[in-house]
Structure formats: C-alpha cells, structure tokens
Design a binder for this molecule. Sequence first.
Ligand code: AMP
Ligand code: MG
Length: 366
Amino acid sequence: MKKSKKESGAISSADVNGIPEDKEINTILKRIRIIGALAVLVILSLMVRGCGVFGGRKLIEYKETQSFFGSQVTIQCYYNKKTNIFPVIKKCWQRLSEIQISMNSRSSVGYVARLAESGFYGVQVPDDVYGLLEDSLEYSRLTDGAFDVTISPLVRLWRDAEAAGYVPDNVSIKIAKDKVDYRLVRLEEDNMVFLQKQGMKIDLGGIAKGYAVDAAAGILRQSGVEHFLIDAGGDIYCAGKQEGKIPWKVGVQNPAKKDALIDELKLTDKAVTTSGNYERFYEIGGKKFSHIIDPTTGYPQDLVQSATVIAPTAQEADAFSTALCVLGAKKGIDIINALDDVEAMVVQKKKDRVKIYKSKRYNDLR
Ligand code: AMP
Ligand code: MG
C-alpha cells in the first residue's frame, strides 16, 4: 500500500468540507469511542495534566480537546518530563487549523475553493494539498473509483436538495455525475493541478480528517512523544500504549444501537476510522440518505451501515472506510484483503437482517 509522502501522521469530515454547522455539531457522533479513561464528549477545550508511574517509568499524562471540522478533536498523551509538551501540542492545533482552512470545500478561502473557481485553467497548490491529491487518486484506482475526491458536484446537489426538501431529479443527477471523474484530475510539475472539465470541483471530506490526524501524529512523534492517542470524532490514531503499558482500547459503535458497542479493538501504532450512514445523512421528505455518494449512480449509498478500517495511517483508514460504504462488503473486503496491513469490518443489510463481514486478519486486532 502506498504511503503518504507527507507528514506521517493529521482532520474530520463532518466536513472538512465543513465549516462547523450547528446541525453537524449536534450530529457529531462518536462513531468510534475510546473505552476507559478517554471521555471524548468534551465541549470546547479541556486540559488535563496528570503524573504517575506509567509503564514502569515516570510518564506524565496530558489531554486536551478542541473543535475542528465540526468535530471535537482530543489529543491524549503520556510523555516523559524532558519533553516540553505545551509547544508541541500548540503546534498540533496550529497545523490542524491550517489544514481546516486549506482543505475545506465550504470555505471561500483555501486551495479547495481556488480549485473550484479556476481548476479548469490550473491552480498551483502547496506540497501538502498536492501530495494528498496524489494519494487520493491512488485510493481511487485501488477502489475502482468508489473513493473519488471529485465527488463535490454530487455532494452539493444532495446538500441543496436537502435544503430545498426534494430528492434531485434524474437530469440534475446526470449533469452533476458527468463532472465527477478522478481520471480527469491532472497533476503536473510545479504542483499544478488541472480539473479537465468545466464545473469540476474537489471535496476532501472523505480523507482530510484522517490526513489531519496523521499530521498531528507526525508532530508528536518528531517531538519524541511515543504514547498518544488522537481522536477526531471517528478518525483515531493510537501510538505506542495507553499509560505507556497496554494497547489502546477502542470501541466500535453499533450502527443500529446508539451508545452500544459492536466490537472492541486493541491497537498500537495504528489508525482506525469508521464511516457510516447512521450518523451523518441528508434528510429529505422524512427519508434519510447517506452522505456517502456512489460516483457511478450519483445516489447516496444505502447498503452499508458502517465500515471500520484499521490501517498504518489515518489517511488510508479514512479513504478506505468511505470507499467500503460505496463498494459494499463483498467487493470491499476483497480489496482490503489484497492490501498489506489494512483490515476492515463492514456492517451491511442482508434482506431484513444485518450481517457483519470481516477481513482475514481483522480478529487479530481484537
Ligand atoms: P467519511 O465520513 O470519511 O466517510 O466522509 C464522508 C464525506 O466524504 C462526505 O460528507 C463527502 O464530503 C465525501 N464523500 C462522499 N462520497 C464520497 C466518495 N464516493 N468518495 C470520496 N468522498 C466522498
Ligand atoms: Mg473517510
């Protein structure tokens, strides 16, 4: 599996695309919630500092939560006293803030907005945006186009349809769908990006939160912090061990039952992300439609209830969990089984029941 060339280690899709909206904040779900000491439903900013003998050595615990991308992002770490933790954490928040502006498709500033305005004529973007687009195109190829960052015209159509209160007609869906095709993104020298059809736009909502989590993880690692967990409301990276001694425990929410877990994972140096249709959706005429859209039909997917992916980086986990919702369990799990070091669990409707599908080595992480 191709790894990102960028920071190895950082955002949220309540819409990275999303300037946080009240509705989104209300629907922030804890798709994945940390079991035990981590309380992720913290409003605004929480700072905790504790000291103890963690993992046989004297480690200090630090935890802080801030709002980004319409989600609460929590950084929890165990560090030794030589580390000056406050500037490190500050650097993480600064980087998340930069990514939030640069990669947010609902913001009128930033590079996604510039690409929407003049991508047809070419836009020069910074290294991080260019690298993320390169990686996104690779995820599109690996998932047969199920993951597609040019999905924006369809996302906008369904978002507007929700506001108007009616399901889009076939003609509107066709017009929007014709502008969705990752193969028409041309990446050239000097970081130039061309969207080769008028009206094409980029939406990084399916990957930017994972990218942001990785960026923050990279900053912590470079600063010598080995044991930490970053939770961006469903996109999580677990480094080292909880309290420096045991693997981090992460619970996967049951898509059918609020506040119930469907599984529990034990993770070290891994990311886990869940995408699903139970938390964020468009509601039109009393019916709920997933916010994940199938680029081949132009309609929100309605088969998969949740897809959880564990991968070396949060970016990969984020892209693949979105893709699995479009691909469905059978095709999706086959793709995951062909990748090194990536595992998945898909909860999917089968007739009037719900079935759980897992990749080959998923159970090793339980
Ligand atoms: P996630 O919660 O990570 O699955 O991301 C969902 C978000 O990704 C949506 O709100 C859209 O912004 C975007 N999105 C929707 N459908 C797709 C798709 N087929 N490929 C890539 N991104 C998508
Ligand atoms: Mg995703």
